[in-house]
Structure formats: structure tokens, C-alpha cells
Ligand binder design. Structure first.
Ligand code: C2E
Ligand code: MG
Ligand code: MG
Ligand code: MG
Length: 280
């Protein structure tokens, strides 16, 4: 309850972890880590799904799975709060396995043939066996690899690790596609794009949110040109207004994702229904 109060007052799990007012930092971390571990065994995590929409036709061609933590005291906790902590403690491996399996399990049951996108953090590659996890999730759920996108970020490449490239190539060999999330927010983006096993680029929402704006338009249009020349798909993140959607469609961005279309939602709220036949 102490932590919950603190979270409410300070507005974040991480501030509760690092608040010197509540015992020592290590002890607070341990409590939060324990709460996260319990969350996994007690089923406090759940997934929401956000549509990825073909900008020309308006069709929902994909959904991104986004994890949420419903804690009995903290309430609904954002992944911006707990994913970094889970990465620090290593729990991201178990949580990431759960997300992969649960996302594939749900998607395998939908009466909809679009793509499923799942976020995989650099810590999962570093601490776990992402290829094995993906293979296990696909095998146990029957979801086809050919409809799976794995969203990674540029932080994955900071160590220039050949093992990372090999893992991404193995994921592609399974039939999955690799999407580079938050594109434009990291460093050395240009050289990565040409060289690395990346199928899709997600233009970060910071470039989309400010549209219309001459500087951002230069960036968006340059990324589109580059992606086309390199044979990569593009998704614009953070599409919030119809003006942004129209601009993106005009300059040839094929797919968009954002609050304009839908917030991260329960599957039924975005028309994803179980393929189950009615009980006789
Ligand atoms: P992300 O992968 O870049 O996901 C997009 C985030 O932008 C989501 O926040 C989504 O709700 C938000 N968003 C989408 N459209 C709009 C819009 O039009 N306007 C604004 N302002 N925001 C929009 P969310 O769900 O809070 O997730 C935050 C981040 O947490 C994700 O960023 C991702 O890095 C991480 N995350 C979420 N779920 C998972 C997961 O299952 N595994 C891992 N490893 N990371 C996850
Ligand atoms: Mg993402
Ligand atoms: Mg993103
Ligand atoms: Mg992100």
C-alpha cells in the first residue's frame, strides 16, 4: 500500500522504485521486481491490440500487440513504466515469452487474416533465446510465421553484435518479418537500413505528430523514398488527425497506425472475433 500511495502521488512505478523516501533503493527495486514476477504468475498482464491501416483503402491490415499490467493496488500500469524495469531485472524474458505466446494464441483464433506485430526488446535478445521463443509460440498456437512481424528498435544494434544479425536472419528464415520501431529516434539509422535484415520501417510518431510541418515532411518523404529504393515497407506511427492521414496517403505512405484509427483496444472493440462455431 505504501508503494501504491507513492505511485499515485508521484505518477509512476519507476519513481516508486527510485524514491529515496521509501527505504533503500535496492529494497524498493526488489519489491517492484517481486510485484512484476507475481504479476506474471497471477495473470495480471493482458494484451491490447492497435490497428495498422492501409491508408489508401482504410482496411485494417495488421494489429500491434501492446502489453498492459492491471495491478490490484497500482491499477493500470503503462508499459513505459514496467518494461524498462523488466528489462533491468531480466523478467522481460519471461514476460516477452508470455506476450509472444498470448498474442499468437489470440490471433490464431480470430476470423481475420491480417498481420500480427509483437514488440521484442533488445534485452530479450541479450538475455533470452528469441528465435526459440518465437518458434515455440508459433508451434504451440498454430499461428503462421508468415503473418508475424517482430518489432525491434535500433538499440539492438549498438553493440554491433553478429549474433543479433544471425538471430534476425533466423527469424526471417522461419517466415516472420522484422520491423524497425521508432525509426528516426536512434543513431546511424541510414547505414543500418541498407545492411541489416529489416523488412519494415515504422516512422516514429514524433515525426508524424507534428505534421503538417515543412521539416518533418522532408524527413517523412525522404524515409519513404529511401525505403522504396531499399525495398522495405513503411508504417507511419502516431497518426492522430485526418490531415496527417491525407498527407501520408498523398506522399505514398502505405500504412498508418494511430489514435485516428483506434487506440490500443480489446480485440472485440476493433472487430476481431473468435472463429469459434456456435455451440450446438
Ligand atoms: P511502441 O512499440 O512504439 O508502441 C506504440 C506506442 O504508441 C503505444 O504505447 C501506443 O499506445 C502509442 N500510440 C499509438 N498511436 C498513438 C497516437 O496516435 N498518439 C499517441 N500519442 N500515442 C500513440 P504503449 O502501448 O504505452 O507502449 C509504449 C511502449 O512500450 C511501446 O512503444 C513499446 O516500446 C513498449 N511495449 C509495449 N508492449 C510491449 C511488449 O509486449 N513487449 C515489449 N518488449 N515492449 C512493449
Ligand atoms: Mg512497437
Ligand atoms: Mg513505436
Ligand atoms: Mg517504443
Amino acid at each position: 500500500a505504501e508503494i501504491a500511495l507513492d505511485v499515485a502521488r508521484r505518477g509512476g512505478i519507476r519513481s516508486a522504485v527510485f524514491d529515496p523516501g521509501h527505504g533503500n533503493r535496492i529494497e524498493q527495486r526488489r519489491r517492484l521486481d517481486l510485484a512484476l514476477r507475481r504479476a506474471l504468475t497471477d495473470g495480471q498482464f493482458f494484451l491490447l491490440f492497435q490497428p495498422q491501416v492501409d491508408l489508401a483503402s482504410g482496411t485494417m491490415v495488421g494489429v500491434e500487440a501492446l502489453v498492459r499490467w492491471q495491478h490490484p493496488e497500482f491499477g493500470l500500469v503503462s508499459p513505459a513504466e514496467f518494461v524498462p524495469l523488466a528489462e533491468e531485472t531480466g523478467l522481460i524474458v519471461g514476460l516477452g515469452d508470455w506476450v509472444l505466446r498470448e498474442a499468437c494464441r489470440q490471433a490464431a483464433g480470430w476470423d481475420w487474416q491480417g498481420r500480427l506485430s509483437v514488440n521484442v526488446s533488445a534485452a530479450q535478445f541479450r538475455l533470452g533465446d528469441v528465435v526459440g521463443s518465437v518458434r515455440a509460440a508459433l508451434e504451440s498456437t498454430g499461428f503462421p510465421a508468415s503473418r508475424l512481424d517482430l518489432e525491434i528498435t535500433e538499440t539492438l544494434f549498438v553493440d554491433n553484435d553478429a549474433g543479433i544479425v544471425a538471430a534476425l536472419e533466423q527469424l526471417q528464415a522461419l517466415g516472420a518479418r522484422i520491423a524497425l520501431d521508432d525509426f528516426g529516434t536512434g543513431y546511424s539509422s541510414l547505414s543500418y537500413l541498407a545492411r541489416l535484415p529489416i523488412d519494415k520501417i515504422k516512422i516514429d510518431q514524433s515525426f508524424v505528430r507534428g505534421l503538417p510541418d515543412p521539416q518533418r515532411e522532408v524527413i517523412v518523404e525522404t524515409v519513404l523514398l529511401m525505403a522504396r529504393r531499399l525495398g522495405k515497407l513503411v508504417i507511419a506511427e502516431g497518426v492522430e488527425t485526418d490531415e496527417q492521414r491525407r498527407y501520408l496517403a498523398t506522399v505514398g505512405c502505405p500504412i498508418g497506425q494511430g489514435y485516428l484509427f483506434a487506440r490500443p483496444s480489446a480485440p472485440e472493440a476493433i472487430g476481431l472475433r473468435s472463429r469459434q462455431v456456435d455451440a450446438a
